[in-house]
Design a protein around this ligand. Structure first.
Ligand code: ADP
Length: 924
């Protein structure tokens, strides 16, 4: 490697060199721009916008815009972007990933491309990992943007839609990945356009991009809710249908049909061949009496009609032990061709629930997934995507393959002088922990601050208890309280400090050698009895004319200055002691996470050290260590406190990590492959919804639906071969039900002609539609079309998502031999989608052609959102291509953040914390 590196420059080095001329240009503009007055400087924004209007591109104005931003930052924040920060900014603008080490000032880097791209007026999203950082960065950096005449918004959870709309309409919007993603999903569930909060996805700068696009990529965002119609409806419909008298037609009965008689004698007619079941006039009458209705056909009753129809099918057509079986309180479908049980597959459109009601088993899906998306698919929607992190290179291939994102390593501002030791290995955990505590003691005695990184809360606590016994004062962080922990981690560089932290705790906060004056000032303010709120305001970056706040702010600033002076001495002492020492207590399964831990030391050219301690009984070693580790184990022999420190070992560990990384990549790819199937479908449905919300005239598309629906309805009565024994009456009834028309001439022929019937139905339906339009008024029917479309599409889509979810779970359970489960999921998924589209068309046509009066034209939310959560790791059904079981070496489990909804739905995460769906766990 070494030789090649010297002769050939790395890809990153070449790319960095390519942008150097731009950096030089920006530097050369500095003198001139620094002469501008504040007003002249901020007027540049307007000038740039005009130039873009007149045809210049963002690339044309890049150097000037960056120079202006740098100057503004100098004046407003007192920070002048380093050259390497300019390089980083250019890489981000190019839609790539800038790998910049901890402490290089990524927050400030983002201002450059954010400012430049915001000039286009299409919005820029700056994405952070938690609300605390989004708030901090938007206020802090917001000062510069505002100085330059741009608006800044912040979206955090719990904000009102109006506040969010305002934040999204700002030039630059800060927020978390979760909130951006959830807002996207929610926007596609609104029923009026003005309820949506986002305005398109233009350019995203993702801070800690590896954390968001890699670590969280296995857990999609899920919005769940309760269907407006509950399971109660199924039971009611079932109770009603149970008491009815059916007439069941099998092929041979065809000749003795007399509709008038049927209408008198029977409540509903079942045609087994056409697999249809519908109420007769008598049945309709009974329904109206039972449910106390004036007219069952009213749009308002369409939900009930739907439930009754499914109950009719459940009773009339679906046969237990032929079409389905009941096992363990569940209704399971039997494949009609193979007789195999189709685990996980559910009849859609409520038929499954209707059968569950019929069989008196628990009716599923009180809670349904209303919308879901993976971060991969959310972020791929941005016209341009970019990101920054201290650690991306190890996942370069994944960024390239999944996101088409390049990773470019940006040189550090000052040379890195941290000393990274080889790993040391111990026979077991006990010996390892003893050695770690000894090492901590050694550093602590000379005043060197120590940061101990663990990969689990449990280990943090173990070490903490040993330290307590040894009388070494320390802090423990578990990534629970972002804000407080950020403050503590900021102090981790103090003389003699010992901090134990899981790897997520305080990420994004800098550890400054000698300590953090801001934190000290805060403590001092507390001693002086300032309220927490006032201290917050004093420390905030926002503008205010509140006298009290301004006064507090002055005191705060003075204190910070004073502590800065004191810290200077502290810092000298810490540097003498060797800078911040990082102790890793275990290798994480990903090298990236280890690199992040190391990266907390040695920022901006500081001295520092890092060292990892490994036990042969660490999970990673046990599962992936392989022969090398076993050999070492033998060498250690009896003396367990004897460590081994070897270069060979480090590479064995790294190989183990690479293996896990490879596996994790395939898991993420697998999750994505599943979501890609949904994604295609999601885009079609969301696109149609948007058309409706945009007020598009739907008449054409609705008229176009008539033909396929007519074809489906009519042809279900004809077999594949010519058939003279068509049940005319029941066909006529079916046509009446669906299209609201009778008197089909073609039905009077001796020998029925399928095509003639279809054509006539289509013709007459269109005619009828025109008449309806005359009758109801053009405007009314246009809105009516939208109401019906939204209602039907939302309902069917919601059921479909659930059905797809079940399909995904079930596909893993089916034994498919050599078949690739994803391919199978794709095929069946698209069949189900096609079936759903056909159902949508059928319902839309039926409702619109049968509507009597315009009624109250009201759009309604089909379902209520009950919770907004990120999935837990285990609830995702992962089947890798090679069917290998993938061990989970990390014990970090995410528990879902559930906003509301006290009741646990069957598809909700189980409250016991297992991470499984409730129905598969305690709800079994
Ligand atoms: P990172 O996210 O890259 O670890 P931060 O954005 O948290 O780094 O910045 C680290 C520290 O460096 C912050 O305190 C910031 O104020 C400071 N900083 C960044 N850039 C500059 C600069 N150009 N001049 C002075 N200080 C800077």
């Amino acid at each position: 490697m070494g030789i090649f590196n010297k002769i050939f420059k790395s890809y990153s080095e070449r790319e960095v060199q390519r942008v150097m001329p731009l950096v030089e240009k920006i530097n050369s503009l500095e003198e001139e721009i620094s002469k501008l007055s504040d007003i002249e400087l901020s007027n540049k924004t307007k000038e740039f916008k005009d130039r873009l209007q007149n045809g210049e591109t963002l690339d044309d104005i890049l150097t000037e815009a960056f120079a202006v931003m740098r100057e503004a930052s100098k004046r407003v924040l007192g920070m002048r972007h380093f050259d390497v920060q300019l390089i980083g900014g250019i890489i981000l603008h190019q839609g790539r990933i800038a790998e910049m080490k901890t402490g290089e000032g990524k927050t400030l880097v983002a201002t450059l491309p954010a400012y430049l791209n915001a000039l286009s007026g299409n919005g820029v999203h700056v994405v952070t990992v938690n609300d605390y950082l989004a708030t901090r960065d938007s206020e802090w950096m917001g000062k510069v943007y505002k100085f330059l005449g741009l608006t800044v918004g912040l979206v955090i959870s719990g904000m009102k839609p109006e506040e969010k709309q305002k934040a999204y309409s700002a030039d630059i919007t800060y927020g978390t990945n979760n909130e951006f993603g959830f807002d996207y999903l929610r926007d596609n569930m609104v029923i009026y356009k003005n309820q949506a909060v986002q305005r398109g996805l233009n350019f995203a700068i993702v801070d800690e991009i590896d954390s968001i696009l890699i670590d969280e990529a296995r857990t999609p965002l899920i919005i769940s809710g309760k269907a407006a119609a509950s399971s109660e409806m199924y039971t009611k419909a079932d109770d009603f249908v149970k008491k009815l008298t059916p007439k069941i037609i099998v092929e041979e009965d065809v000749k003795d049909i007399d509709q008038a008689e049927d209408n008198e004698k029977y409540d509903y007619i079942v045609d087994l061949k056409a697999k249809s079941a519908s109420l007769t006039a008598k049945g309709i009458d009974k329904a109206e009496k039972t449910f106390n209705l004036e007219n069952l056909d009213d749009l308002d009753n369409s939900d009930l009609v739907h439930h009754i129809n499914q109950a009719l099918r459940a009773h009339g057509i679906m046969k237990k032990d032929i079409d389905y079986i009941v096992k363990g309180g569940e209704v399971l479908i039997v494949d009609e061709f193979t007789g195999r049980i189709m685990y996980g597959r559910r009849y859609n459109n409520g038929l499954h629930q209707a059968i569950e009601a019929k069989e008196r088993v628990r009716i599923a899906d009180e809670s349904k997934t209303l919308a879901t998306i993976t971060f991969q698919n959310y972020f791929r929607m941005y016209s341009k995507l970019s990101g920054m992190t201290g650690t991306a290179m190890t996942e370069e291939a994944e960024f390239q393959e999944i996101y088409k994102l390049d990773v470019i390593t940006i040189p550090t501002n000052k040379p890195m002088i941290r000393e990274d030791s080889n790993d040391v290995i111990y026979k077991n955990e006990k010996a390892k922990f003893n050695a770690i505590v000894e090492e901590i003691k050694k550093s602590h005695e000379k005043g060197q601050p120590v940061l101990v990184g663990t990969i689990s809360i449990e280990n943090s606590e173990k070490i903490s208890s040993i330290l307590k016994k040894e009388g070494i004062p320390h802090q423990v962080l578990n990534a629970k309280f972002h804000e407080r922990e950020a403050a503590i981690i900021a102090q981790a560089g103090k003389y003699g400090a010992v901090t134990i932290s899981t790897n997520m705790a305080g990420r994004g906060t800098d550890i400054i050698l000698g300590g953090n004056s801001e934190y000290l000032a805060r403590q001092e303010m507390k001693k002086k009895a300032y309220s927490d709120e006032l201290i917050e305001q004093a420390n905030a970056y926002n503008e205010t004319d509140d006298q009290e706040v301004l006064e507090a702010r002055n005191i705060f600033r003075d204190l910070e200055k004073k502590f800065d002076e004191e810290i200077k001495e502290e810092k000298e002492k810490v540097i003498k002691a060797g800078g911040l020492k990082i102790i890793g207590t275990e290798r994480h399964e990903s090298r990236r996470i280890d690199n992040q831990l190391r990266g907390r030391s040695g920022r901006q050219g500081d001295v520092g050290e890092s060292k990892f301690f490994i036990g042969l009984d660490d999970n990673l070693m046990k599962i992936f260590g392989g022969d090398v580790i076993t050999n070492i184990y033998d060498k250690i022999g009896a003396d367990e406190d004897m460590p081994i420190e070897a270069k060979m070992l480090s590479s064995a560990v790294e190989n183990a990590q690479k293996r896990v990384e490879g596996r994790n990549f395939s898991i993420r790819k697998n999750v994505l492959q599943y979501d890609d199937v949904m994604n295609t479908q999601r885009e079609i449905i969301y696109g149609q919804r948007r058309d409706v919300l945009d007020g598009k005239n739907l008449k054409e598309s609705i008229l176009k639906m008539i033909e396929p629906v007519a074809t489906e309805v009519v042809s279900s009565f004809f077999g594949t071969e010519e058939n003279e024994n068509i049940n005319k009456e029941s066909l006529a009834q079916e046509i009446k039900n669906n299209f609201g028309i009778s008197d089909i001439e073609a039905l009077k022929e001796e020998k029925l002609n399928q095509v003639d019937i279809i054509n006539e139905v289509v013709e007459k339906s269109k005619q009828k539609y025109e008449e309806k339009e005359q009758e109801l008024g053009e405007q009314e029917i246009r809105e009516l079309e939208r109401v019906v479309m939204l209602k039907v599409v939302d309902q069917k889509w919601m059921d479909h998502i659930d059905a797809m979810d079940d399909l995904k779970e079930g596909i893993g359970l089916r034994a498919y031999g050599q078949k690739d489960p994803v391919a199978q999921y794709r095929i069946e998924g698209f069949d189900m989608f096609d079936a759903m589209v056909a159902e949508i068309q059928k319902d839309v046509v039926k409702i619109l052609l049968n509507i009597q009066k315009a009624g109250e034209l009201k759009r309604e939310q089909t379902a209520k959102i009950t919770s907004v959560a990120q999935a837990t790791l285990d609830s995702i059904n992962v089947v890798t291509e090679n069917k290998e079981q993938v061990p989970q070496t990390s014990d970090v489990k995410r528990t879902p953040v559930v906003n509301q909804g006290p009741k646990v739905g069957r598809n909700d995460p189980c409250p016991c914390g297992s991470g499984k769906k409730y129905k598969n766990c305690c709800g079994k």
